[in-house]
Design a protein around this ligand. Structure first.
Ligand SMILES: NC(=O)c1ccc[n+]([C@@H]2O[C@H](COP(=O)([O-])OP(=O)(O)OC[C@H]3O[C@@H](n4cnc5c(N)ncnc54)[C@H](O)[C@@H]3O)[C@@H](O)[C@H]2O)c1
Length: 400
């Protein structure tokens, strides 16, 4: 019998999902192995610094370090030392937006020598429906009975530390033993456990993100309809939602981006052929940068125009630029000959300039993401400000 001297090992433990979860378990009194191939990130975390913006995480990290609750490892043999193994690696699609199922299955084949049937194997990454059964099949090829659970992550990036304490946790598993073990583990950090069958849980996660992506698409479609006839959608929306609960779920328009929403919507679409709404949402959300550029080109000769993008991260008040539509926007504008300038409040890049320098240097500024700092941004007179989100105070707006 191997010595299982840790409660949990998180594979992908230095990532945006893995690390907050590791800290939540450590804060609940457990001993956690943070296993990751990214040694630079492991070093940074070991020194008490978060490798990305995650509100409320650093104090938990430093407390866990002081209490000696964390083991950092890039070595697979350490995984054997934990009672529960949670896999939270990235599950990106391929360049044609199809899921890459093999990557996760190959990972389990590689990890197999370091895993034990006595451990609970918990998949946390978002997966294509029926993937977890395939993982169980891969592990069971050795003739042993494995406990495989699927417990999807549903936090909003940047706010995981708060949300892990507040959100109900969906738990599913290949056997009642797997469900019971995962329920006990997540019961230590979650206020409520909701049990589902594995395939239901896989779908629940994908539909959660697809639903959000479709809501953003609805807002973006309405924005384009309004803008194309010169009407400020944000004024219309504000009036619609005020005191009117039935319209309250209409989000503001904006560049719906990041590593999850589009990818998960497309996983659902590639799972069966009947998800036209998902494809429509992709066409609308991914088409918004083109729409904005089209509208700007009616007022400016782009090849003679200096354009700045305020906000390169994929969402407000974080530093994560993965799959941000601000980059797509910049690419389209450069293609049309515009001279480009970029700025962000959190993401670091030596080519970025400050927001004040940017608004002083350009003819057109586009809000790429609604960082809170833009709520008080002073915009020079005469600047053409394109603010799809409606974050900059109204008196400075120019309608696209
Ligand atoms: N980011 C979010 O807000 C969010 C929310 C819910 C669900 N998800 C899902 O969670 C999963 C992880 O997303 P993320 O944003 O945390 O990704 P991420 O890229 O931030 O983190 C993944 C981590 O896994 C590590 N890794 C990759 N391969 C590894 C391996 N073979 N062994 C050990 N470590 C390995 C990477 O170095 C990285 O640190 C994805 O399936 C994603 O769709 C993400």
């Amino acid at each position: 019998m191997d010595n299982q001297d840790y409660d949990v090992c998180i594979v992908g433990g230095a990532g945006h999902v893995g690390l907050p979860l590791a800290l939540a378990f450590a804060a609940s009194g457990q001993r956690v192995i943070i296993h990751d191939l990214n040694k630079a990130a492991l070093e940074m975390i070991r020194s008490g610094t978060m490798p990305f913006v995650e509100y409320g995480a650093e104090p938990l990290l430093n407390k866990a370090l002081l209490e000696n609750r964390l083991l950092f490892s890039a070595e697979p043999h350490d995984i054997t030392r934990a009672e529960h193994v949670i896999v939270a690696i990235g599950t990106p699609g391929d360049e044609y937006l199809n899921p890459k199922l093999r990557a996760l299955l190959d990972l389990f084949k590689r990890l197999h020598p370091y895993l034990r049937p006595s451990q609970t194997i918990i998949i946390r990454s978002t997966v294509f429906p029926r993937t977890c059964r395939q993982v169980e099949r891969v592990l069971s090829q050795d003739g042993q009975r494995w406990k495989v659970a699927y417990c999807p992550e549903r936090i909003a990036q940047g706010y995981a530390i708060r949300e892990l304490k507040e959100l109900p946790q969906i738990v599913s598993g290949s056997s009642s033993e797997a469900v019971e073990a995962a329920t006990r583990l997540f019961g230590t950090i979650s206020p409520e456990i909701v049990q589902l069958e594995v395939e239901e849980a896989e779908l629940a996660k994908l539909i959660t993100n697809a639903w959000r992506y479709i809501q953003f698409a609805a807002a973006n479609q309405f924005y384009m309809v309004a803008s194309s006839i010169g009407i400020d959608f944000n004024r219309v929306r504000d009036a619609m939602v005020r005191g009117y609960g039935r319209a309250a779920s209409l989000p503001s328009a904006g560049f719906a981006a990041g590593p999850c929403l589009l990818k998960d919507t497309m996983q659902l679409a590639s799972f069966n052929n009947h998800f036209q709404l998902g494809h429509a949402a992709m066409a609308i959300n991914e088409g918004l940068p083109n729409f904005v550029v089209d509208m700007i080109s009616r007022r400016h000769h782009l090849s003679e125009t200096r354009v700045g993008i305020l906000g390169m991260a994929f969402k407000a008040d974080v530093d994560d630029i993965r799959d941000s539509l601000s980059y797509k926007l910049g690419k389209i504008l450069r293609f049309h000959g515009a001279q480009m300038f970029y700025s962000d409040e959190f993401a670091r890049d030596p080519t970025f300039i400050t927001k004040e320098e940017l608004v002083a240097a350009v003819d057109v500024a586009i809000v790429g993401v609604p960082h809170s700092a833009y709520r008080t941004l002073v915009v020079p007179p005469g600047l053409d400000l394109v603010d799809v989100w409606g974050v900059v105070p109204a008196q400075t707006h120019v309608q696209v």
